[in-house]
Design a protein around this ligand. Structure first.
Ligand code: GRF
Length: 218
């Protein structure tokens, strides 16, 4: 009797604007067999982004759209969703995608979309999270992966990882330590989706179909 066929790797598209280190972490996990997924496309709003450069060197399909070429945010988002739909993704990962996606854009997404954010949401949506954590005197900080919904960093939280804030931390030091836990968090989250332990497509009652995980990472 032949062994059962292993399921096809999850088709993942990445939206990124910046250096692309989370993209690289996902890709390296795939290459070393730790993540049953394939990167089917990288999409950026920044022509010179590290994410696009990495995709180019790794021969991952990639494309750039310049927001200035579109009259409205909705027009840009519609073109972006049309481009990403062409690679038939099953999951879109926003990894440092520094644009707000409009409600109509989100509605046009061809599959579920998740985002990684450098704070323990619901605390500190938006920018400058590390400095805000220090200003507030918080004892802990971390990263969250959440579903993209029409709220800034406000979609349903899927997974989180946390670190301690140290007495002499600067925003830069904190950013570096949070980034180091973002990689395993994002990989673990995408793996849980690929393996069906986090289910994003179960009808309309999100209250029962979304599982909430908290990862404790050193
Ligand atoms: C990460 O801190 C991510 O959480 C935030 O933007 C940063 C992107 O870093 N949304 P990189 O481009 O993946 O290196």
């Amino acid at each position: 009797m032949s062994a059962p066929a292993s399921p096809e790797p999850l088709r993942v598209a990445v939206f990124a604007s910046g250096r692309g280190s989370n993209l690289q972490a996902l890709h390296q996990a795939i290459l070393c067999g730790a993540l049953p997924a394939q990167l089917v496309g990288v999409f950026s709003d920044k022509a010179g982004s590290g994410a696009l450069a990495y995709a180019e060197t790794q021969r991952i399909a990639h494309s750039h759209l310049d927001p200035k070429s579109f009259a409205t945010r909705e027009d840009f988002d519609a073109a972006l969703m049309q481009n990403v739909a062409a690679v038939c993704p099953e999951l879109i990962v926003c990894a440092g995608f520094m644009r707000i996606i409009s409600e109509t854009g989100i509605a046009k997404a061809p599959c579920p979309m998740i985002n990684i954010h450098p704070s323990l949401l619901p605390k500190y949506p938006g920018l400058h999270t590390h400095a805000r954590v220090l200003a507030a005197g918080d004892a802990e900080h971390g990263a969250s992966v959440h579903r993209v919904e029409p709220l800034l960093d406000g979609g349903r939280i899927l997974t989180q990882a946390k670190i301690a804030v140290l007495p002499d931390d600067t925003p830069e030091q904190l950013a570096e330590r949070v980034l180091a836990i973002e990689y395993p968090l994002l990989i673990a989250t995408v793996r849980a989706i690929a393996e069906g332990r986090i289910r994003l497509n179960e009808g309309t009652d999100t209250r029962v179909s979304w599982l909430n995980h908290r990862l404790e990472l050193e």
